[in-house]
Design a protein around this ligand. Structure first.
Ligand code: SF4
Length: 353
């Protein structure tokens, strides 16, 4: 049996047959189900789908409905752009297609919110057209079964997967096969070849599956490449006097929100001028310390520590929102990890204090 035949047979025996949007040729109902199923699980979609069809049983009723009402009905399903696009597309079908859902897959794809795979699925289930689908589940099945490396969202890999999807379609001759085959791909991806813990022992493709044979199921599809994190740089001032160090309270939001921290200064600033302007403190530089690298979720931070000895307070010296603390007390305060890493060696260095 070839790929399509195996899947068709599996779908007939083990696939899903009683979902509310199956066994209908109504393009409106098929379209609604395909849009709702994007990014949403079947179990969540079912009650929304039934309620939606009850309120708006056809394209005309949806096109005439106020958008606020449509979105209220969509409420809780998430990704509200889907609801807005659905409403706009219904109005376009009325104004541009005389209220008839277009049959041609290229025309379907012109409607808002409908991509190539969704247009193909609608054309298959509503009209029995011979079109290939390639949603996220299908990409996973193909990548594993044919050992296709590369992140599926990347252009070249996606082109390869589309080519595969076209190649594997069942022959046109047998009526009804394209619908069963398309449903089989969807069912296999959703219930057997799942993202985690796929049920390979229950899979009709197991004997030919490259990922299974090569024990690479957990490596395919190739995950999205992680972008290198942007690097930022900043200066933290170590202002020292009489064995104490100046700490500032960070604003409640942003990095280190609400923690006590060393005063932060932009990289381009002159430290002496900055200290005079900000705190009314006259300072002298102490021996430089090496930079310290710290990683956040979205960026890396290179910290340039500037140890400075306070030699005089001007009459206008002010430390609003800042406190002088002994090293031991500073280390016991709510301070971020990099500040702790900077203070620890200084605490042990009697010369600095
Ligand atoms: Fe997916 Fe496993 Fe089937 Fe391969 S054998 S297609 S990895 S479920």
């Amino acid at each position: 049996m070839n790929f399509a035949a195996k899947l068709i047979r599996w779908q007939q025996l083990h696939g899903r047959h009683n979902l509310p949007w199956q066994n209908t040729r109504d393009p409106y109902a098929v379209w609604l189900s395909e849009i709702m199923l994007q990014q949403t699980q079947v179990a969540t979609v079912v009650p929304y789908y039934l309620r939606f069809l009850q309120c708006y049983p056809d394209i005309d009723s949806l096109a005439l409905a106020p958008l606020d009402e449509v979105l209220a009905l969509w409420s809780g399903l998430g990704y509200y752009a889907r609801g807005r696009n659905l409403h706009q597309a219904a109005q376009m079908i009325v104004s541009q297609h005389g209220g008839e859902f277009p049959r041609d897959v290229a025309a379907i794809q012109q409607l808002p919110g409908i991509g190539r795979s969704t247009a193909a699925a609608i054309a298959v289930f509503a009209y029995g057209e011979h079109c290939a689908i390639l949603d996220g589940n299908v990409k996973r099945v193909f990548a594993r079964c044919f050992g296709i490396d590369g992140y599926p969202g990347e252009k070249n890999t996606e082109t390869l997967l589309w080519h595969k999807a076209e190649q594997l379609l069942p022959k046109k001759e047998t009526k009804g096969e394209i619908e069963t085959y398309t449903q089989a791909l969807m069912d296999l991806g959703a219930t057997v070849c799942t993202r985690s813990k796929p049920q390979c022992t229950a899979c009709p493709l197991q004997t030919d599956c490259i990922a299974f044979k090569e024990r690479r199921v957990d490596q395919l599809p190739t995950p999205k490449p992680r972008k290198p994190l942007p690097q930022k740089e900043t200066v933290l001032l170590l202002l020292l006097q009489h064995g104490e160090i100046l700490l500032e309270k960070r604003p409640p939001t942003g990095i280190w929100g609400g923690l006590w921290c060393l005063p932060e200064m932009p990289l381009a600033e002159n430290a002496a001028a900055y200290c005079m302007r900000q705190f009314g403190l006259k300072v002298q530089p102490l021996p430089e310390l090496p930079p310290l690298d710290h990683s956040f979720t979205h960026f890396k931070l290179r910290i340039h520590p500037r140890p400075l000895q306070v030699v005089a307070h001007t009459p206008a010296a002010r430390q609003n929102g800042a406190i002088w603390l002994a090293f031991e007390d500073a280390l016991g305060a709510a301070i971020p990890t990099p500040v702790r890493r900077l203070l620890l060696p200084l605490n042990n260095n009697k010369n600095v204090k």
